[in-house]
Design a protein around this ligand. Sequence first.
Ligand code: UDP
Ligand code: MG
Length: 313
Amino acid sequence: MNILYFVVPCYNEQEVLSETVSRLTAKLNSLIESKKIDEQSRIVFVDDGSKDATWEMITRFCENDHHIQGIKLSRNRGHQNALLGGLMTVKEHCDFCISLDADLQDDIDAVDRFIEKYQGGCDIVYGVRSSRETDTSFKRTTALAFYKLMKGLGVDIVYNHADYRLMSKRALYSLSEFGEVNLFLRGMVPLVGYKSDIVEYKRHERFAGQSKYPLKKMLAFAFDGITSFSVRPIRMVLWLGVSIFFISLLVFAYALACFVLRITVPGWTTIVASIWALGGIQLLAFGIIGEYIGKIYKEVKKRPNYVIEQYLK
Ligand code: UDP
Ligand code: MG
């Protein structure tokens, strides 16, 4: 009942990988020795189409240590897809798994507390950052605004939780039934349900190398999160339309009154202003609706989220 698989997505992580492997194997061995987990437990590195020596390094680690496995995706598909690829591959072999980043930002020592919660009957344990002091104030503010916005839109996400989490076998199987293509695992996992809990940990600085999440990717991820999980923006467009309809009735009455009183000429400003305002609002509405149509388009195509090229055991 105690086979643990670590799932670690990696994209161009050659600078940090050796250190990650040594720390994770040390952790795995100590857990095995203290009989908290089974000897058949493994660490699985998912190479997300790296362009540097990441896969060669993973291959070498696999040869040297039977506790290490590697999955190679056929190309770069982004962190969420790589993670899902790893989780869906290991679900058959493990009793529970823990996903974490390759850059050692997630505190590995929190794993013991994850396991205690799992053994106490939790199917999902969320790693929650106790503080964001290692972040820039920009990242801190935007992250908080994002969580608030998601909550406001009615999406159930765990505050300050990224993708450092434990999932039991049955939670993984339940997750596998979600047929979505637009992945936002932080929003999907809470929908799986079951008993869950959180473990607080201190998030470190990236051990080495550069962040693979520049601002552009981060914004795209946040936007994806919102539009994949909430239809409220569409409803807001509807209410906006309704309000503008009523306002336009008033404007119509006003225009009619002006016409009757023969003071129509100085109406140029009003007309120009309303054309611009309506044009702007319409474009905004089209933009939001277009985003959803784009999502429907992607879902309908049912493209696979990842293609596994190789699985080294
Ligand atoms: N990652 C990935 N595919 C990508 C980008 C990132 O698998 O296209 C992995 C990366 O190797 C790391 C994790 O996702 O293990 C988180 O990325 P990163 O640390 O760069 O993000 P940050 O912590 O800066 O948000
Ligand atoms: Mg990181």
